[in-house]
Design a protein around this ligand. Structure first.
Ligand SMILES: NC(=O)c1ccc[n+]([C@@H]2O[C@H](COP(=O)([O-])OP(=O)(O)OC[C@H]3O[C@@H](n4cnc5c(N)ncnc54)[C@H](O)[C@@H]3O)[C@@H](O)[C@H]2O)c1
Length: 345
């Protein structure tokens, strides 16, 4: 069943189409033809479902999320004689959407664009919020713009070809949404984890839908991340550090990052031991990691790397109970000190 959801941002309105199909893409593009930006893997698997439109292919992985890739897209757009009337569609995961959204937003001061999100992570997270951008000099997402895609198609069937790791990565962010804002979703995942892991359409559609509701509700209150939007960073402070050190997927790293934040919440008396235990249980059932045996010094170094971007203090997200997040301003030095024993345990 298809569900439509509208999000209003300062840069425009975005229509989220949950359960719509890639092969119906043409219906949503306001021009006769669009230019598609996709990656090699998605092109290989789904080229027959693409409309017969010009295609720009990019590479895969974070190393393709660069200014050089965007430059190459500008060159190809020029060669195709793309102009202010052209429409761009990014078909792919978070990387394709981030790159395509950035290229579309900057070429000729901005072309209209939409996305077909093909990974669980891009459907539950990257599809909402209007952030587009690329990595630069080892820093993730350091160059970019806020700009809403006109539409995002979340075709659940496309997830069937995703490697398991990529499913887990998306599930990490879904659990994050539940834990920071929605106990009903938490209970639903607990009750249906087997069907979710088997990618039953009805269950996955609910995860995508609820994630979009939670994220868009938060983003609508604070589009440019000056306050409540910071809650979406739950698990990400340590998550980013784990991601760098271990090379696991984003959502897996966030999963273990959430457990560090949960343990700190317990230590500060905000969260009960039973609640922490319930979180661990759910992540384990979903085959998500709850800890990494990493060197605490390396993890601290990772936090200090973030410091370069944010100064000596950090807006760290804790839990005040399952389903309720709270943002606390802490010095990075204190955070490292307070989590030393948690990381060693
Ligand atoms: N803009 C935002 O708000 C936002 C939010 C979250 C994440 N992100 C960004 O998203 C990126 C990660 O996105 P991702 O996890 O989707 O990774 P990704 O785009 O790298 O996709 C993961 C892999 O799956 C392949 N793939 C994509 N769709 C497939 C399909 N249907 N079947 C088989 N293979 C498929 C891709 O080719 C790639 O190899 C990060 O760079 C992150 O910074 C952005």
């Amino acid at each position: 069943m298809m569900e439509t959801f509208k999000i209003k941002g300062s840069t425009g309105e975005s229509t989220l189409l949950i359960g719509e199909k890639l092969k119906n893409l043409k219906q949503y593009v306001p021009t006769d033809e669009a230019i598609i930006i996709t990656d090699e893997k998605v092109w290989d698997i789904y080229r027959n479902d693409f409309p017969a439109w010009p295609v720009i292919q990019i590479g895969t992985g974070e190393s393709a999320k660069t200014i050089e890739t965007v430059e190459s897209i500008y060159g190809q757009l020029l060669a195709m004689e793309a102009d202010r009337t052209s429409f761009i569609v990014g078909v792919g995961g978070g990387i394709v959407c981030d790159v395509a959204g950035f290229a579309a937003s900057t070429y000729m001061r901005g072309l209209r664009f939409g996305f077909v999100a093909t990974t669980l992570l891009s459907q539950v997270d990257a599809s909402v919020g209007g952030k587009n951008g690329v990595n630069y000099q080892g820093y993730k997402n350091i160059v970019g713009v806020f700009n809403q895609p006109e539409f995002v198609i979340c075709d659940i069937d496309l997830l069937k070809s995703l490697p398991e790791k990529q499913i887990l990565s998306g599930l990490g962010e879904v659990v994050k949404h539940a834990v920071i804002a929605d106990m009903d979703l938490f209970n639903f995942i607990e009750a249906n984890y087997q069907g979710i892991l088997a990618l039953e359409n009805r269950l996955v559609e609910r995860l995508v839908h609820d994630s979009i509701v939670i994220k868009s509700d938060i983003v609508n209150q604070d589009e440019k991340e000056g306050g409540v939007r910071r809650k979406l960073n739950f698990g990400h402070t340590f998550g980013h550090s784990f991601e760098r050190i271990t090379g696991v997927t984003h959502g897996e790293a966030v999963s273990a990052g959430m457990m560090v934040a949960a343990a700190l919440s317990e230590k500060k008396g905000h969260l009960s031991h039973a609640e922490v235990h319930r979180m661990t249980g759910l992540l384990c059932r979903l085959n998500l990691p709850t800890a990494f045996s990493t060197d605490p010094t390396a993890v601290a170094d990772g936090l200090k790397k973030d410091k370069k971007r944010s100064g000596d203090t950090i807006h760290f997200v804790l839990l005040e109970g399952l389903g309720r997040a709270v943002v606390e301003t802490m010095s990075i030095a204190d955070l490292i000190l307070e989590t030393e024993d948690i990381l060693k345990a």
